[in-house]
Design a protein around this ligand. Structure first.
Ligand code: CP
Length: 305
């Protein structure tokens, strides 16, 4: 039985296979309409979500399976003090696979170590968000046609942004990747990531101004400054509108630079960018359904379920 805690839990070859399956699902949904008949997915979300939880549920329903779960820790027995270890033992009696989001880093990993069914990390604190990364990689692979030879700008909250940490981890396994980190001083990418890049000899630059590097990018990955990760409101208010990508700035970018965003957005991408063909963040959310379908089916197959 395999779990997914980190994008690196899958080899590059396994990811490639997963993306091929997801593309096949995209092209021929009816072929997979009964692939998970009789199987149940539990979504255990201790933190708010729209895309991740609902795309998991949509994915399982597309595969002919059923879903159960909770979307708020307050409505689960966590509010009475139940541990994640006990909860997952119970979920293992009720479902065949579980997607878990938790505000505490490492909580899904604890769950996996007590679970009788595959556990998928659906986001743990500021740590990792591997299924968002699968979504991002599938979007890039589908729309750019490659996962190598790319100059990627990551902009916004690079300190607490788990989607950013997971994506960098995953992309370093492909050839000729160069990163441009665009953030205010207070939200710089953590040292453990820059140390890892130095060790692997992967080029990166850290800059504060978005405008100056836009013309060099193949991809711009925008992120939200996350209110829920700040300890004080004053810092959040000061930094929340530090970057706003708008039509004027898009004029500085190349004709084929793609704009991705894990969403939700607040103000960091102006709505006047939504109609630009280079803005692919809503398509990206759609790819999230196909890749989660492929992931559920693959993990259930590997578990012999
Ligand atoms: N991208 C993402 O994780 O969105 P949700 O928080 O809505 O799940």
């Amino acid at each position: 039985m395999r779990h997914l805690m980190n994008p690196l839990d899958f080899s590059v070859e396994e990811l490639d296979q997963l993306f091929r399956l997801a593309r096949d699902m995209e092209a021929d949904m009816p072929k997979y309409a009964h692939s998970c008949a009789g199987k149940k997915l539990a979504t255990c979300f201790y933190e708010p979500s729209t895309r991740t939880r609902l795309s998991f549920e949509s994915a399982m329903l597309n595969l002919g399976g059923s879903v159960l779960g909770f979307s708020d820790a307050g409505s689960s027995s966590a509010s009475k003090g139940e541990s994640v270890a006990d909860t997952i033992r119970i979920i293992s009696c009720y479902a065949d696979i579980c997607a878990m989001r938790h505000p505490k880093e490492g909580a899904p990993m604890v769950a996996a170590s007590y679970s009788g069914v595959p556990v998928i990390n659906a986001g743990d604190g500021g740590h990792q968000h591997p299924t968002q990364t699968l979504t991002d990689l599938m979007t890039i692979r589908s729309l750019k046609g490659r996962l190598s030879d790319l100059t990627i700008g990551l902009c916004g909250d690079l300190k607490f942004g788990r989607t950013v940490h997971s994506l960098i981890n995953a992309l370093v396994r492909y050839d000729n990747i160069r990163f441009l980190f665009i953030s205010p001083e207070e939200l710089r990418v953590p040292d453990y990531i820059t140390e890892m890049l130095k060790e692997k000899g992967i080029p990166y630059e850290e800059v504060i101004r978005l405008e100056e590097i836009l013309p060099r990018l193949d991809l711009l990955y925008m992120t939200r400054v996350q209110k829920e990760r700040f300890f004080n409101e004053e810092d959040y208010v000061r930094l929340k509108d530090f970057y706003i990508l708008d039509k004027a700035k898009m004029k500085l970018a190349s004709e084929d630079m793609l704009v991705l965003h894990p969403l939700p957005r607040v103000n960091e991408i102006s709505v006047d960018v939504d109609d630009d063909p280079r803005a692919v963040y809503f398509k990206q959310a759609q790819y999230g359904v196909y890749v989660r379908m492929a992931l559920i089916l693959t993990l259930l197959d590997w578990a012999g379920a």
